[in-house]
Design a protein around this ligand. Sequence first.
Ligand SMILES: [Zn+2]
Length: 968
Amino acid sequence: MVDWAAIEEKWQRRWEEAHLFESDPDPEKPKFYITVAYPYPNSPQHIGHGRTYTLADVHARYRRMQGYNVLLPMAWHYTGTPIIAMVERLKEGDEDLIETFTDIYHIPRERLRELETPIGMARYFTEEIKQGMKRMGYSIDWRREFTTIDPYYSKFIHWQFEKLRQRGYITQGSHPVGWCPHCGNPVGQHDTIGDIEPEIQGFTAIKFRDGDEIYPTATLRPETVFGVANIWVNPDADYVKAKVDGETWIVSQRAAEKLVFLGCKVEVLEKMKGVELLGRRVVNPATGAEVPILPAEFVDPNHATGVVMSVPAHAPYDYIALKTLQGLSNTALKRMGLRPGDVRPLKPIGIIEVPGYGEWPAAEVVERMGIETQNDPKLEEATKEVYGEEFRNGLMRGNTGTYAGIRVEAAREAVRKDLIAEGNATTIYELVKPVYCRCGTEVVVKIFENQWFINYGDPDWKRLAHENLDEMTIIPREFRQEFENVIDWLKAKACARKVGMGTRLPWAPDWIIEALSDSTIYMAYYTVVRHLKRLQPDPETLDVEFWDYIFLGEGSAMRVSEKTGIPIEELEKMREEFLYFYPLDARHSGRDLIPNHLTFMIFNHTAIFPRDLWPRGIYVNGSVLMEGQKMSKSLKNIIPLIEAIREFGADPLRLSLMATAEPIKDADFSRSLAKSMRETLERLYDRVMEAAEHEGDPSELRDIDLWMLSRLQRHIAEATEAMEELRVRRAIHAILYDMNQDLEWYLRRVAPQRERRSKAINYVLRRVAEAQVKMLAPFTPHLCEELWEALGGEGFVSTAPWPKVDESLIRPDLEEKENIVKACLEDIQHILRVTGIQPQHIHLYTATSWKWKVYLKALELASAGELDVGSLIRECFKDEELRFRAGEVPEFARAIVEDVTKTPEDRVKTRLEMGVVNELIVLQDAADFLKAEFNCEVSICGESDPWIKDPEGRAKRAKPYRPAIYIE
Ligand SMILES: [Zn+2]
C-alpha cells in the first residue's frame, strides 16, 4: 500500500527545505518564465480550478527537467468587487452562500464572522487556496507572492496607467456599459453569476404613432419596417404611458425603469396591462400604413421596450404568432377586445428578395420545419436560417421606396440612419441576454458619463497587438483565430470605477482601477517584488522614474537611488533580474479569459514594453466537468480541492485532471476515475520498487530485451513530442499506458527465462522504470520523488534531466520481427477460440524462399508507388525461378498485394531494408514462450523442409511475416 499523505508531506517538506523552486537569475542557464492567472480569494478552490494551475505546474516541471531555470510565481487578486460582493452576501445572511461555505467547503460556522470584512475574507481564502496549492505540489516560488492592494503594487499600477496615458491609449467619454443598479457599479465578466461577459447590443427603436403617443418598437432589422403587418405586445405584461425626454411613450414598465440608466428623463403618467393596448391602431413612419396592435406571448417585457413590430414575411416568430391569432374564433378575438376585421385580412408583406425562396421566406421555412406553435424550439433555427440568408443574399424589393434594389446589409444601416434623422427612430442599448451581478441583481445597460476607458479600439494599437500575436506560440493552436477575432472587435473598455478595492487612477483619485485593467502586465512585477519586500523602500518614493528605470532602462540609477534610498547595486540587480526572466514565455489560463484578460495582456505589453519583451506564449485549457455535467451548487457536485486531495491523494488527482482530455477540451472528472488512477499508480509503485532492488547487467542482452529498449525510445519520443505542445493526455498515454502494454508483453515473453537471464531482464526493467519515473514526475511529482530515491537517483527527480531518445537503441527490424511472434500468438488464439480445440501440439510453418522473392518485389514496387497485381506478376516473371512457378505465383501475388497495400509506408521501408527474415530463428527464440502460453508442444519448420509434418496441408498458406499454423 502506498501512504499517499505521508509521501506528499515528506516531499513537500524536502522541496521547501532545499528551496528547490526558488528561482534566481542564473546566467549559465536558459530561463523559462511561466505565470498563471492569479486567483480571486473570494471562495475556496474546487477541482475545476485545479486543472489550470496543475497544467501550468506540469509545464513548469517539464521545462525544469529540460534544463531550464524555471520561474513559476503566484499572487492574489484582491481588486474590484468580487470579494466585496461576497462579503455583502454573507453579511446579508444569504442562506445559499452560507450553505455553500459550511456544507460544501466545510468552513467552520464560528469562523464566518472573520469573513465579514473584505480583507478578512481575502486573507482567509488566500491562506486556504495557498495551502491547497502547496498540497497539490505546485512548484511555486513563494517569495514573490503579493496582493493587488499592496502599496508597492499600487505604485506599479500607477506607472502602468501613466504609460498608457502618455501613449494616448486612455480616453474619457460616455459609453454604454453593463451596470448593477444595486451595487452602483459597472459590471464585467468577473462580477457576474456564472462569469458571463455582459454583451451589449444597440437596437433601433422605431417610433410608430397614434396621435402624439409613440410606440417605440425595438429591432435589430430596421430595414424590415416596410413589411410590418402589425405591432406585438405581451397581453399579460405591465405597460406604462410615460414622458420620455419630452415625448409620450408606451413601453413595458421594466423598459421605463431601464431607460433611466440610458440617460433618458422618464416620468410615468399611467400604468396599464398589455391587453388594454390591443386593437389600437398605429401609423408606420416609413410607409404611412395604419396597423393594429395585437397580442403575442413571445414578446418579453424585460427585453428592450417590450413593443415589437411584426414582419410575418421575414420573421418566423411573427409568422407563427399571426397564424395562431387568425386561427382563433371571432368570439375569442372579441373577448380580447379585437375586431375580427382587424385580424383576418392581415397578410405577410414580402419586402426582401432572396434567391431560392418565394415571396414569404419565413412562411416557407416554418412550413418546411413543421412548426406549429410559438414555443417550438425549432423557431430559433428557422429564424437563424431566414435572417442569415436574407442578410447575405437578400435584395430590397420594389415596395421599399428609395431602398429598392439595395442589398439588405447596406439597407439596414441606411434605413436606420434615415429614420433617426427624420426623428422617427432612436438607438437604445440592451444586453444580448440577461446577466446577473454576483449580488443577484439583473444587470442593465447604463450610459456612463465621463468614464475612463482604455481604448482597445485604437487601430494602431490593434496592429501592434496583431504583431505580437503573430510571433507568439498559442497552445492549443486551434485558439489562434479566436485571439485574432478578439483583437479585431475589442473596443474601448471602461477601466475604472467608483467603488471596490484596488489602485486609484493617478490623475483622478476618485476612480479605482478595475480588476481586468490592473492585471495585464503584473508578470513584470513578479520579477522584482522579492527585492522590494526585502529592501522595504517607502512606497511613496516608487514613482514613474523608479519603474521607468527598472522596466525600461530609462533615467539614471543614481537619481532613482537618491530618491528611493535603494542602493544603486540593488537597483541594477532588479533591472537585471527583470531582463533575465522577461519576456514571459508562457501565460496559462482557462479559455474563458481569451475575450478579455489574455488579449488585454497582449495589448498592454505592446503599449508599454519594447518589442523584444513582449509575451511569447499563451496556453489555455478547457474546464472540468463532473461526471459529464457542469459543476454547480444546485447539482451538489462540487468537490473542494482540499477535500479531493484528502480523498484521492494529490498525485492521483493531478493525473486525473491531466489524463482525461487534452487542454483544448473540457475534462470529465469522476470519483471512480480518480480511484482508478490511484490504483494504476499503486501498481507502478510496486513494480518500480521491485525494479529498484536490482541494477541488472547489459552484457547479455538478447533480441527481445533490445526490442523492449527500442519500444522505450519510441515512447520517450512520443511523450516528448506531445509535451512540447502540452498535449498532456497523449503524453500520459505514451508514458503510462502504451509503455505498460509493451512492458506487459515483454514480461510475458521473458517469463520462461526469468531465472536464467535475470541480470539482463532486470537491466531492461530498471531502464524502463527510470524513464517512466522521470517522465511521470511533472504529473505525479511526489510519488516520482519517492521512487526516484528508491532507484538511487541523484538529487530530486524534479530537477533530473528529462529522458533523451537514444537513437542507437531504436531497432525497427527487431520490432518487425517481434510482430511475427505477436501475429502467431493472435492467430493461434483465434483458431483455438473458433474450433474449441485443446491443443496438444502446435506446428508453425514459415514461408519458403520464392515467396520472399515475390514479397520483396512487392515491397519494392510499393515504395516506388507502383504496386498493383499486374505489375507485380510482370516483375516476378522476369525472374527465372519464379517463371518456373507460373502456376502458383499469380494467386500468391494477389494475396501479397492485398497485404502490402495495408502496410504503413514506414514499415514497408523497414521491411524492404531488412530483406529476407529468417523466421525460423525468430520463432525458435519464442518457442519457449509459446509453449508456456499454450501449455503444449510447439514445433517450427520451413514450408519446404523435407522433414515437414503437415497432415492437413496447411504449410502452403505460409506468407512472409505470417507463418501458417496447424494445431493437433
Ligand atoms: Zn450588484
